[in-house]
Unconditional design. Structure first.
Ligand code: AMP
Length: 118
């Protein structure tokens, strides 16, 4: 149910992660290669959905929970007013490397432009 990816292993506590948030549906942990002073990944913890392209209409609530968990974390950690960015990458052209959907939360600095070709 949690899938055979790196993030499935983190959900099952088979490999360590710096977990910063957890509720019934969502797990969040610090990215191992941070791209900003705050870089946290929010993932569904009970289902394995490889990419955004695999989402179906009845997953809408789950995606909303990822976004709301990130917003709640930003408020709790005190940087919501300064601002932040959330990003979800889908497949190769976006640079997706872990095939368990995840929402990146980036904050803690003025963030540069994004979306430029690699
Ligand atoms: P993406 O490129 O959108 O698939 O994002 C995957 C992210 O997972 C990257 O930002 C990686 O740095 C991050 N990552 C890879 N392995 C780990 C790990 N063991 N713990 C935390 N983050 C990781």
């Amino acid at each position: 149910m949690t899938g055979d990816t790196l993030f499935g292993k983190i959900i099952r506590r088979e490999i360590p992660a710096d977990i910063v948030y957890e509720d019934d549906d969502v797990l969040a942990f610090r990215d191992i290669a941070p791209q900003a002073p705050v870089h946290v990944l929010f993932i569904p913890k009970n289902v394995h959905i490889p990419t955004l392209d695999d989402l179906r209409p009845n997953d809408a609530g789950l995606v909303g929970k990822l976004v709301l968990a990130a917003a709640e974390y930003a408020r709790r950690e005190g940087f919501a007013q300064d601002g932040y960015r959330v990003v979800m990458n889908c497949r190769d052209d976006a640079g997706q490397t872990v095939f368990h959907i995840h929402l990146h939360l980036l904050a803690g600095a003025q963030l540069g432009h994004f979306g430029t070709p690699r």
